[in-house]
Design a protein around this ligand. Structure first.
Ligand code: NAD
Length: 376
């Protein structure tokens, strides 16, 4: 697989392969960058067909977390873990506990939480072996399901898009096509209705779509038809890759703003967006609410603080749009530049202390914390 060469491409710091044969655990933990603080990223459990696929996923996702934390102004680095296996048939308490022991061995350089294929209950099992985990239930002092905060952040981001495109924050009277009516998409649809926007939704899970049209009273369309909806905003809230060379020409919207990770499928799709003049809210900037929620949890959960932080997504996006306008570059490139500049600043500030000191400075749970990078 040539792991070191793949690590070198995006300059990953550390990749750890772990297994516990008795518990059936096979996992990869990738730490991309700890310049701004300890790496944080969810644990995905997925039945990868090959180890190479699992490695590719964890490398891409951990790099994305570095950029997300940096652009959000958090004192966190980027990491991610993948457990190779089917969450429906291969997950067990023994597997999760074995995984937790490996997370613990990283001694706070990597913090984790839920992701695709894992949930709050799983993180509570991991927590029995390590304190370096967030995403616990509200009853246990955690931040609980982050998706309402993610949806709130997306709404604030959409307002910044509206201001950039139409000169005012209001979403009243706008039509938003929401792809994916899962945890985030559902909450977002509710918030949009409160903001007096019209929601059209889709979900590959037909029951979910029917439920949404009955409970929320929204119009739903077939999954593939969401790209053709006559709307102002397209909100990808399902899986990655929704914005592709095939789908962009079909879109009738002026803005793309949604929660999905890795929305842009290829560089050619990004170019097409620019050519068509569609305003794109970079995914890792607009969907950072969930990460912010976990960050707050690691410092002692306070929902009001999580909402306030997620509200900053509005100004974070305005900064991205202003840079894109000024330099005449696509918004995703502007976001990357902002994140990379923050990382470069962090590296300059860190040139004094050793890596160990840098890590200790930022440990969140009940330990010392760098106030210089603490968001308001
Ligand atoms: P979820 O699994 O609850 O919901 C996803 C929904 O999308 C499901 O209902 C699924 O049936 C549907 N779906 C899948 N493919 C589809 C398609 N092609 N067309 C229409 N519907 C489709 O997940 P979620 O937690 O709501 O997350 C949604 C997206 O946002 C994911 O990409 C996730 O990585 C990202 N995200 C979520 C959070 C969070 O706080 N939950 C935070 C940041 C990013």
């Amino acid at each position: 697989m040539n792991v070191l060469a793949q690590m070198n491409t995006a300059k990953h710091e550390q990749v750890v392969f772990v297994q516990d044969a008795d518990a059936g655990l096979r996992a990869i933990i990738a730490i991309h960058n700890t310049t701004l603080g300890p790496a944080l990223g969810g644990t995905r459990m997925y039945p990868y067909a090959t180890e190479a696929q699992a490695l590719r996923d964890v490398l891409d996702l951990s790099r994305g977390m570095t950029y997300k934390a940096a652009a959000a102004g958090l004192d966190l680095g980027g990491g991610k873990a993948v457990i190779i296996g089917d969450p429906l048939t291969q997950k067990s308490d023994a597997l999760l506990r074995a995984y937790g022991r490996f997370v613990d061995r990283l001694a706070g350089m990597f913090y984790t939480g839920e992701d695709v294929g894992t949930d709050v209950r799983d993180m509570e099992m991991v927590r029995t072996e390590t304190r370096y985990v967030g995403g616990l239930s509200r009853e246990d002092g955690g931040g609980g399901d982050p998706s309402p905060i993610t949806a709130y952040g997306v709404l604030q981001g959409m307002k910044a898009c509206a201001s950039e495109r139409w000169g005012q924050d209001s979403l009243e009277g706008r039509t938003v096509a929401v792809q994916g009516l899962g945890k985030v998409g559902w909450h977002l649809a509710e918030l949009l209705q409160e903001a007096k926007a019209t929601v059209v939704g889709s979900d590959v899970n037909g029951d979910r779509a029917t439920h949404a049209s009955q409970v929320l009273g929204i119009r739903t369309v077939d999954p593939d038809a969401i790209y053709d909806v006559d709307a102002d905003i397209f909100a990808p809230c399902a899986l990655g890759g929704a914005i592709s060379a095939n789908t962009v020409p079909r879109l009738k919207v002026a803005v793309i703003a949604g929660s999905a990770n890795n929305q842009i499928a290829s560089p050619s799709a990004a170019r097409l967006l620019s050519e068509r003049g569609i305003l794109y809210a970079p995914d890792y900037v607009i969907n950072a609410g969930g990460l912010m929620n976990v960050w707050v949890e690691l410092h002692g959960y306070d929902r009001a603080r999580a909402l306030k932080l997620a509200g900053n997504i509005n100004s974070n996006l305005r900064t991205v749009f202003a840079m894109a306008r000024e330099l005449a570059i696509p918004t995703n490139e502007a976001a990357d530049r902002i994140a990379e500049e923050r990382l470069a600043q962090g590296a300059r500030a860190q040139s004094g202390p050793s890596r160990g000191e840098a890590r200790d400075r930022c440990l969140p749970t009940g330990t010392a914390h760098s106030s210089s990078q603490r968001p308001a």
